[in-house]
Design a protein around this ligand. Structure first.
Ligand code: MG
Length: 374
């Protein structure tokens, strides 16, 4: 069996989802997804010759060869790695279909039947930053069955260049956390995302203020480039810290883990390199007793790819769901809405074990989707 063609379909969800189709000489078709970003869809097509003619039942050697040959033109990160991630996922889908096994079995087998997802809630109802609106949103999302929630601390109460926070902001942050905690109770896990906004000193102050509330984690307190700075913060607080969505490949993630700069590592599977890269990151994290909670803004297809890896990972904590208000997310698969009571059941059918809903995609995307499926 040889790979004969690669196509991409751009689907506008809350992000632009790059859905990849890979065809083979045996008639087997695999699907993958690459993270959003300018030029990613074009890059998938630019790189397709590294895949065409290869036997897709060797995903790791094909990916490794493609990755290494792409190093001279930016292959260690960015758009190139993102495109390779989506192509790698499609290889696993074909491999699973060829051997009639779900991907999680090919990754070593499952530690769990369902994968806990956490709902990204952004801010309070209507985007408000009032504590009572955060609480209202938390109650609403908990009622949908979610047992873990994440909110953003994206307040504009800081200097965007020095990243210094205004003093009153700390009181506001504490009020927000207290309001949400009181609204949903102790049985719901809570995380807060800071989107790389703050200075090191303010990050330490915020993390210490959060200590009494037993957060699941505090995410991306500072910009992602300097791991030593995050390590410094981590040493000064008992609040679990999370980062990793802006690093590429296991080599990019490695310092965060080796320096114990985080308690929770959050690579994005359709961006960091794909499933085998994700598996290696999860294993390295496990060796450092760090938990694995992939960042995820993918369509349901890319989400299911991550589900297989999360099922096969002992140190898995939770997987992100970022599409609460995106109707197409719920109907893009023939299986329909795959989240039940805050969990995604691990698919048992071969490959990814789910199918794209052609009609939904043609209705939403039009002629491009017709060509993609033809
Ligand atoms: Mg984040």
């Amino acid at each position: 069996m040889k790979i004969t063609d690669v196509r991409v379909l751009r689907v506008r969800g809350n992000f632009e989802w790059n859905i990849i189709r890979m065809d083979t000489s045996d008639g087997l078709v695999g699907f993958g997804e690459a993270y959003w970003g300018p030029g990613v869809a074009n890059m998938v097509i630019e790189l397709k010759n590294l895949f065409i003619g290869q036997d897709p039942t060797n995903p790791e050697p094909i990916y490794t060869k493609a990755y290494r040959s792409a190093i001279p033109f930016g292959g260690t990160g960015g758009t190139v790695t993102t495109a390779l991630s989506g192509l790698e996922i499609a290889l696993w889908d074909i491999y699973g279909k060829a051997v009639d096994l779900p991907i999680y079995k090919l990754l070593g087998g499952k530690f769990r039947d369902g994968v806990l997802v956490y709902a990204d809630c952004h801010a309070g109802e209507g985007g408000s930053i009032e504590p009572s609106d955060y609480a209202e949103k938390a109650i609403k999302v908990k009622k949908l069955g979610f047992q873990a929630l994440k909110f953003d601390f994206d307040f504009t109460c800081y200097d965007p260049f020095s990243r210094k926070l205004r003093p009153e902001w700390f009181r506001h942050a504490v009020k927000v956390v207290e309001a949400v905690k009181n609204a949903v109770g102790d049985n719901v896990e809570l995380a807060f995302d800071c989107h790389w906004a703050f200075s090191v000193a303010d990050a330490v102050k915020l993390a210490k203020l959060m200590e009494p509330y037993g957060l699941m984690w505090l995410e991306d307190l500072i910009p992602p480039e300097n791991v030593n700075a995050l390590e410094k913060i981590s040493k000064k607080t008992s609040t679990p810290l999370c980062s990793g969505e802006n690093q590429y490949t296991r080599f990019g993630i490695m310092p965060l883990i080796e320096k114990q700069a985080v308690d929770v590592i959050a690579p994005d599977i359709p961006k960091v390199g794909g499933l085998i890269e994700g598996k290696k990151i999860a294993d390295l994290a496990d060796m450092h007793y760090i938990l694995f909670a992939p960042h995820n803004v993918a369509s349901p297809l890319g989400t299911v790819a991550a589900v297989h890896l999360c099922a096969a990972t002992p140190n898995f904590l939770t997987l992100e769901f970022h599409s609460l208000d995106v109707p197409i997310w719920k109907k893009m698969l023939r299986e329909g809405y795959i989240i039940d009571n805050g969990y995604i059941k691990v698919p048992e059918r071969p490959g990814l074990g789910v199918e794209l809903d052609m009609k939904t995609l043609i209705d939403c995307v039009g002629e491009e989707a017709e060509k993609f499926f033809s």
